[in-house]
Design a protein around this ligand. Structure first.
Ligand code: G6P
Length: 610
């Protein structure tokens, strides 16, 4: 997830671009850059780090010109560095990009064979070279962008400027967001409305498969195939604060609703639906490592530890490998028996959590292979690991993790399927079935978020004064019960306990009375019938039962006070769906209580102390 802006008008473009990037910095902030056309040539300035570094660089080497493009990066391909920062230049064009080009590897090979000099590790530079290649064949910029995009698979929002066309910006979109802003004698583009709001309230939201040519006076939209498009111009009345959160009241709520996109991006280019398999590329593990793995350790803290607990179910059942889950801080408090033959997977959203980093280092010293699952490219844990698998959730601003959690689940499931297939535990048919189920997941998550929001909000309102809440789950949904309780504790300061359903009778059942909401996860899976027994036990003690269940489960409806329904999905996929109403529940309870949802007391987003 990156932020892009473009400007063509009468003013000096650099300050407008930097201002736009500042409003998009929530989309990424590991490096940034500008390309400005001064009428004769394009000049590029790039800098690693936050936007102020770019500002300093532009201060030292001003960029005159009233047409330009700017980018703030959240690395997906290639570490944060000046050479990987956008814009990328090839021949006479400069390109900025938000998205993931899935077929960048074969395109890179072809271009390099043809003599292109590709200097960065990014997928974006490939697009720049493809456009340059088309320009050399004699087309104008628009035709060349079209010709290049015809070869590209994946997600993109791009903005392109060419030395030979000082008055035109060409932009295009597929799966990544792009908004055009209409001014007087000037026009804009940006990843999101906030970048444009100080300059214009009139916007066009570009659709997938559309290109636009922006000049000072005109905006012309067409399809990739070349058909002209009449687009609707909307007038936006958001305040700048609302705009930064895309209209949501808090970053956490925005991030909850971003999960389908985060899952799509995390799976992008890694699911091989044609062959019904997971591609080894970018998993941090290659086929040659598979035979050497005898045991798996999943190591993490906080919410990432709950993802690890779900990961154990995936690894044990899909790969047949003995798998342990470890709290990073506790692993180091012991003398763990780890050595060669062990694959230690360190899971961390930030990639910086000190306990996880130190545990991963310890494992490496003992001879294990360390694989990092992280959301921040180039962060400490992936840097020290032997392999890295990046979730692509984009920056998570809310302290309580939501979209990074489901992206971690997706990463773990992919890894388990990949290993399971190669170890012969999964048949080609079962592997293909899981791949298809993963490909459907984001649609199901979207349905759950939209379909349950109002009901969950009502439940939260009704139970806002509950002093204790119990969350019960079994099997894969036990870690989800823990995560539901953690979310509620973190942001609403309500006492909540997550328990394995079967353990309830060994203690927490004593807590249950009519003042205690009991959230029971009973989706249709191997555990459902046993969990129904536990639901009945809680009901018999007067507990107010909120069930999270598969749609049309009549028995659940009969026994529960309220039922939040999720669509039918294979057992492995249910956690992605059951966790969504729990996140929403925590969010709305906290919002009704009026707590600081995005920055709850005493907590920090990244914990770099032991
Ligand atoms: C902090 C955050 C949690 C997070 C945990 C682990 O406690 O508030 O949301 O789950 O750290 O962070 P990591 O970056 O390693 O996933």
């Amino acid at each position: 997830m990156c932020g892009i802006v473009g400007y063509v008008g009468k003013e000096d473009s650099a300050p407008i671009l930097i201002d736009g990037l500042r409003r998009l910095e929530y989309r990424g902030y590991d490096s940034a850059g500008l390309a400005v056309h001064d009428g004769e040539r394009i000049q590029v300035v790039r800098a690693v780090g936050k936007l102020r570094e770019l500002e300093k660089a532009v201060g030292a080497a001003p960029l005159p010109g009233s047409l330009g493009i700017g980018h703030t990066r959240w690395a997906t391909h290639g570490r944060p560095s000046e050479i990987n920062a956008h814009p990328h230049v090839a021949g006479k064009v400069a390109v900025i990009h938000n998205g993931i080009i899935e077929n960048h590897m074969p395109l890179r090979e072809r271009l390099e064979k043809g003599g292109s000099e590709i200097v960065s590790d990014t997928d974006t530079e490939i697009v720049a070279h493809l456009i340059d290649e088309q320009l050399r064949k004699g087309g104008d910029l628009l035709a060349s962008v079209r010709g290049a995009l015809a070869q590209v698979e994946g997600a993109y929002a791009i903005a392109v400027t060419s030395q030979d066309e000082p008055d035109r910006l060409v932009v295009a979109k597929s799966a990544s967001p792009l908004v055009l802003g209409l001014g007087e004698g000037e026009n804009f583009c940006g990843s999101d409305i906030p970048a444009l709001l100080p300059y214009t309230k009139r916007v066009i939201v570009l659709e997938d498969g559309q290109l636009a040519v922006l000049t000072r006076e005109t905006v012309e939209i067409s399809t990739l195939e070349g058909a002209p498009v009449e687009a609707e111009v909307r007038t936006i009345d958001w305040s700048p604060m609302m705009a930064e959160k895309a209209g949501y009241k808090h970053f956490m709520l925005k991030e909850i609703f971003e999960q389908p996109r985060a899952i799509e991006d995390t799976l992008r280019g890694r699911l091989d639906r044609e062959h019904g398999d997971i591609t080894g590329a970018e998993l941090g593990l290659a086929d040659e490592h598979v035979p050497g793995i005898e045991r798996v350790y999943l190591v993490a803290c906080g919410t990432s530890h709950h993802a690890a607990m779900a990961g154990r179910y995936y690894f044990e059942s899909l790969t047949g490998l003995p798998t342990s889950v470890e709290l990073a801080s506790e692993l180091r408090a012991r003398d763990p028996v780890i050595g060669p033959g062990d694959l230690v997977i360190a899971i961390s959203q930030s990639g910086e959590t000190l306990d996880t980093l130190m545990a991963a280092k310890l494992a490496k010293e003992k001879g294990a292979r360390v694989l990092a699952i992280a959301n921040v490219m180039g962060s400490a844990i992936p840097r020290m690991a032997d392999g890295e698998l990046y979730t692509r959730a984009g920056p998570e601003i809310g302290v309580a993790s939501t979209k990074c959690f489901t992206a971690q689940l997706a990463a773990l499931l992919m890894l388990a399927v990949y290993l399971g297939r190669r170890r012969g535990r999964l048949s080609p048919e079962r592997t293909a079935e899981l791949v298809e189920a993963m490909a459907r997941l984001s649609h199901q998550m979207r349905d759950v978020l939209q379909g349950t929001r109002q009901l969950v909000m009502n439940l939260a309102r009704r139970h806002v004064d509950a002093r204790d809440v119990l969350f019960l789950g079994r099997g894969l949904n036990f870690p989800i019960a823990l995560e539901g309780a953690l979310k509620l504790k973190e942001i609403s300061y309500v006492h909540a306990e997550g328990y394995a359903s079967g353990e309830m009778k060994h203690g927490p059942i004593a807590l249950i009375d009519s003042a205690v909401p009991v959230v029971v996860l009973v989706p249709q899976d191997e555990c459902r019938d046993k969990s129904m027994g536990n639901l009945q036990e809680a009901k018999a003690r007067g507990g107010r039962i909120i069930a999270i269940a598969t749609e049309s489960d009549d028995e659940v409806h009969q026994l529960s006070d309220d039922v939040v329904e999720i669509p039918a999905a294979g057992s492995e996929l249910t956690p992605f769906l059951t966790v969504l109403p729990l996140q929403l529940y925590a969010y709305y309870v906290a919002d009704f209580k009026g707590t600081d949802v995005d920055q709850p007391r005493n907590l920090a987003k990244t914990v770099t102390v032991e």
